[in-house]
Write a protein that binds this ligand. Structure first.
Ligand code: XMP
Length: 319
């Protein structure tokens, strides 16, 4: 019979049989799939696992610290944190085309990951959080942005010079099964039931050229939106929600006088498959609190708008 306990025991037995006493490397992103793989492998092979977490500087507020706190400090997983913010920001400098930004971020990510991997000795296996839908989608060669990136990061195999065997313990599981075993393995519910976050991160939520200042502003605004969604119970009623940094200036007026600053857009959608989506009809009172808090607590924001576009025609992300 299907129980999460069976699935975990079975996966652990298979991993042990596959890797023996070998060493395993895992790219930990903080997303659900790689996090569950980390927890599972830690249980299966303990110190034979080393994770590399690339901090791109394009993550949400405190995200890097939270990943280290949970995996390294609480669970005792070996995690190497590569702080690559400066590298990502300098490579993105002045680049405003969305696909160009995606390429730069994807390449920098692989470069940093390979550099860190190269410092480790005698690694025999590379673990990945490939899940069953990734396997099907790669086989079908769909062309959605997410599929391209996912297949690039998760399924495409290894660069020729990294001769490691793949360990993919979630390869036969659907997302809901992955979440169930994640909770069973002791990961916090909020992390296991998180909204998806795109690989390029805030890089595609800051429209146009990315700067450190815009990333910092967006992080704070996004964090307020998440806090209020969770507080009101709307986080779990939406499929994906986030703030977007618009590099247009608009005039505002405060106690100190006139200001002329960028705009923050909020987006929240409900969807089953992310191929089509409705904008979420968030309560006006909730939007009101978010707007007030963002303008008052985040310096350099003049105004907050709410995105009322469905997909199609608008994509979920703004870039
Ligand atoms: P769109 O914006 O195409 O997004 O409606 C559909 C889903 O895909 C995610 N998305 C991405 N995920 N790399 C990713 O890993 C990307 O480049 C990317 N672009 C969009 C988006 O967040 C949504 O869940």
């Amino acid at each position: 019979a299907w129980t999460s306990g069976n699935i975990i025991d079975d996966a652990i037995a298979r991993v042990r049989a596959q890797v023996g006493t070998g060493k395993v490397l895992l790219g930990l992103s903080g997303g659900v799939d790689s996090s569950v793989v980390a927890a599972l492998l830690h249980k299966a092979i303990g110190p034979q696992l080393t994770c590399v977490f690339v901090d791109t500087g394009l993550l949400r507020l405190h995200e890097g610290d939270a990943v280290m706190e949970l995996f390294a400090n609480n669970l005792g997983v070996k995690v190497i944190r590569a702080n690559a913010e400066e590298r990502f920001l300098s490579q993105l400098e002045g680049v405003s085309d969305p696909e160009a930004k995606r390429k730069i971020i994807g390449k920098a990510f692989i470069d940093v990951f390979e550099e860190e991997a190269g410092k480790l000795k005698d690694v025999d296996f590379l673990a990945q959080g490939t899940i069953y839908p990734d396997v099907i989608e790669s086989a079908g060669a769909k062309t959605g942005k997410a599929h391209v990136i996912k297949s690039h990061h998760n399924v495409g195999g290894l660069p020729a010079h990294m001769r490691m065997q793949l360990v993919e313990p979630l390869r036969e599981l659907f997302k809901d099964e992955v979440r169930t075993i994640g909770v069973e393995l002791g990961l916090p519910r909020e992390m296991v039931y998180r909204h998806p976050f795109p690989g390029p991160g805030l890089g595609v939520r800051i429209l146009g050229a990315v700067t450190k200042a815009s990333a910092d502003t967006l992080r704070k605004a996004d964090h307020i939106f998440m806090e209020e969604l969770r507080r009101s119970g709307w986080y779990d009623k939406t499929s994906q929600a986030f703030a977007v940094f618009l590099p247009v200036k608009s005039v505002g007026v405060t106690g100190d006088g006139r200001r002329y600053e960028p705009v923050i857009a909020l987006r929240a959608v409900q969807t089953i498959d992310f191929m089509t989506a409705h904008w979420a009809h968030l309560p006006y009172d909730l939007l009101d609190v978010c707007s007030r808090r963002i303008v008052n607590e985040v310096a350099g924001v003049s105004r907050v708008v709410y995105d009322i576009s469905g997909k199609p025609p608008a994509t979920i992300e703004w870039e």
